[in-house]
Ligand binder design. Sequence first.
Ligand code: SF4
Length: 390
Amino acid sequence: GQCVAVCPVGALHERDYTWDVVEALANKKKKVIVQVAPAVRVALGEEFGLEPGTDVTGKIVSALRMMGFDYVFDTNFAADLTIMEEATELKKRVEGYLAKDPDVKLPILTSCCPAWVKFIEHNYPDMLDIPSSAKSPQQMFSVVAKEIWAKDMGVDRNDLVVVSVMPCLAKKYEASREEFSKNGNPDTDISISTRELAELIKQKGFNFTNLPDSEFDAPYGTSSGAADIFGRTGGVIEAATRTAYEWITGNELEKVDFEQLRGLEGIRIAEVPELQIEGSAFRIGIAHGLGAARELLDKIKSGEEVVHAIEIMACKGGCIGGGGQPYHHGNFEIIKKRFEGIQAIDNGKELRKSHENPYIKQLYEKHLGEPMSHKAHELLHTKYFARKKN
Ligand code: SF4
C-alpha cells in the first residue's frame, strides 16, 4: 500500500482488524463503542463510487449503528479537547518564554500524528522537549471513554471495547503503545482504517449510498469546525490558533479563517500578525510528508528558521492523505477534493472554536476542572521517549 512509502510504522501494522470488530460486536458481554476521525468522512464515500470530498458523516453513523455498535461517537469531540489542552500549553509556554524562564521551550510542536512522533523519537532525540505533551484525539477520546464515561455508565473498563476508525495505519501502533493502557487493558482496543470500515460495510451488504443520515450520540458527538480541520494539513495549528488567540489576547476572534495557514505546499511558514510576541508576529511552520518535515525541522534546529509553533503531519495533505484511506494512487487531485470537503464542513458549522463546544465545557465542569489541571494531566497528557535511530 501507499503507507509503506509514507508512514514509517504503518507497514508493521498492515494486519486486517475487521475480524476483531466482528468478534467484539458478537460478544454479548461487551459494550462496544466507536469513534470516527475527521478525515474518514470525506473519503469513505469513494469506496462506494462517490466523489472524493463528499461528506458522508451521517451515513457512517447509520452504518455503524446498524452494525451493532452500542454508541457511535466522534473523534472530533476529542479533537476539540486536544485543542483545550494544547492551546493552554501554548499560552503557558509563550508566557514562560516572555518571562525568560530557562526551562520553557518554544517552538511548540503539535503531537497528534503518531508516525511523526515515532520519527522524532528515533531521529531527533535531542528535540523531545518541543512536542506538546497533549495526547492525540484518538487517545484522548479512548481514555475519557474508559476512565470517565465507563464509570458514569457503571461499566467496568474491561467490559468496554473502544474501536476507532482512522485514516491512518500508524494509529494502530499508537493504540498499542504501553503508556496508553491500564493494567494491560488498552485505552483504544481496536483501530481500523477507512478501508477496513468500507470492507465491513460491504460484508454486511449495506447499500451505503442510500443510507439515511444519522447523528452521533451524546455526549461525545458534538464538535466545532476547528475539530474537522484536524483532518487536513495546517488544520491542527489553525484550530489551536483560533483558541490561543482569544486566550492570549483576551479579545474575541471575529474572523476564524486563517487563510495563510492553508495550502498544499510541502513547507509553509505563515505569520499571524494579530498575535504579537516581543513586537513581532507569531510565526508558524507547517510541513506535511516526512521529507518536508525533516527539512523544516533541520532549518529550525540550525536557527535558519525561527518559529513559535510547528505543525507536522507525516502524510502528504495531512490525514486526508493517510495510509488507511481509499487509495488515491498518487493522484493529488483526490487529496485536494478531500481538503475542500473538510473545509466545507468547517465553513458550514455554527460552532468553529473548540473552547465554545458546550459538551467540552461540561466535561471540564464535571470531571476535569481546568485545562492542564492535575486530572487533565493524568488523563490527557503523555511523555516521549528517545529511541534508537532506525
Ligand atoms: Fe496518520 Fe494522519 Fe499522521 Fe498520516 S498524518 S500518519 S494519517 S496521523
